[in-house]
Ligand binder design. Structure first.
Ligand SMILES: [Cu+2]
Length: 392
């Protein structure tokens, strides 16, 4: 008797949960779904197919078109809640153009956090892939798939990069910090600045050249970068029932809703929220390396290292699953021994921050930027004080 009534209650709950998901989704399910891989997991033939399509897209003016679009709508798509949904549609738009050239074209992502300690040493930034820093007076890139290209927007210029900190960009954001944001933030009004003013801004600035301009899509790193940010948003959406969370302000300072239209694209935000529906027919491959690092090594290290209070403050989801183990294995006092380590290789280094010029170019709210910077620094101090040693 008791058993059957609780079963009925569970069935009602799951049916109504299903019903509310269906009510939000107005687009048909995709008949097939393709996978965006991490760039370093591409086989040589996949990479030659992709770089061949990119060359054809450059010849036909598509780099210039996407650079123009991004530059034209710049003020509407940054610094407000359009940021994630607009860039999701924008990268998918780009990818769909690529698919006109080759049916198997997909837009990979770059798991940039894995390279956070020494970004310039990333394999991605070598002649095997997208090439490295620019050379000479005009910072022209000479290697990689865009080496020697002439970009045509806003006028003809060699394809440039100008790595930050005189060619040796300082560390950007650790996978631990990004995971902490994903676990702590419950609204789009929190998630958007926490990502836009940290990893998003610092990668643009530290790659430099066209990546630090309104026409940043001239550099294909833009697409790798925004696919990664889109993947992080998706990870956030698919944890803790946040699939349909959309709040905060639109570019005109009204409240954004699922029915608000995207900037430029004549389609409501709702239509890009759920991957696998409508024209969002893609998913993300989990990077085998990231998956091992993030899901097991990092979580295990966090849970083994951090006192329960620190773990639950910065990693509430991990704490729910693994938190109690720490206090049982050893008391918090035993692990709070290290002083904040600021050098590479010992604990987590402080992340680079956005430059004043970049903040002004976007008209970002300085109070929000300072809050994000302080949070990132406090995170580093908390981890290092607890003696955390990152496996990444
Ligand atoms: Cu952008």
């Amino acid at each position: 008797m008791k058993l059957s009534s609780s079963l009925t209650a569970a069935a009602v709950v799951s049916l109504s949960a299903l019903g509310s998901v269906k009510a939000q989704q107005t687009q048909p399910a995709c008949s097939s779904i393709y996978t965006r891989p991490e760039i370093l997991s591409l086989t040589p033939s996949q990479w030659s197919n992709i770089s061949g399509v990119l060359g054809a897209m450059q010849r036909d003016g598509w780099f210039a078109w996407f650079a123009y679009l991004h530059n034209q709508w710049f003020g509407q798509i940054h610094g407000n809640s359009q940021f994630f949904p607009f860039h999701r549609r924008f990268v998918q738009d780009w990818e769909s153009v690529g698919q006109r050239y080759s049916g198997s074209f997909v837009q990979p992502y770059w798991d940039e956090m894995r390279d956070y300690r020494a970004p310039a040493s990333s394999q991605v930034l070598t002649s095997n892939w997208v090439g490295g820093n620019g050379q000479g007076a005009n910072n022209c890139v000479v290697n990689g798939n865009q080496g020697g290209w002439t970009m045509t927007f806003p006028n003809n210029h060699c394809f440039p990069r100008s790595f930050g900190n005189n060619g040796n960009p300082t560390s950007w954001y650790s996978p631990e910090y990004i995971q902490s944001i994903i676990q702590r933030d419950t609204t789009m009004a929190q998630l958007r600045p926490d990502i836009e003013y940290s990893l998003h801004g610092v990668v643009h600035i530290n790659i430099g050249g066209d990546m630090a301009q309104g026409y940043s899509p001239n550099d294909w790193i833009f697409m790798l970068h925004h696919a990664n940010l889109d993947r992080l948003w998706w990870q956030w959406q698919t944890s803790n029932n946040r699939m349909w969370v959309m709040d905060g302000s639109n570019y005109d300072n009204t409240q954004i809703t699922l029915n608000t239209n995207l900037a430029y694209y004549n389609t409501p935000v709702r239509n890009v929220m759920q991957l696998g529906y409508g024209s969002m027919c893609y998913q993300y491959a989990s990077n085998p390396l990231t998956r091992r690092d993030l899901v097991s090594s990092i979580e295990a290290t966090l849970a083994d290292t951090l006192p329960k209070g620190v773990l639950s403050t910065w990693f509430p989801d991990t704490a729910k699953v693994k938190g109690p183990v720490v206090d049982m294995v050893r008391p918090p006092s035993a692990v709070v021994t290290a002083t904040p380590g600021l050098t590479r290789g010992s604990g987590i280094p402080y992340p680079a921050q956005m430059t004043e010029a970049w903040i002004q170019m976007h008209h970002y709210n300085k109070t929000d930027v300072n809050r994000v910077n302080n949070d990132a620094r406090n995170f580093v101090i908390a981890m290092n004080s607890a003696g955390y040693k990152s496996p990444v």
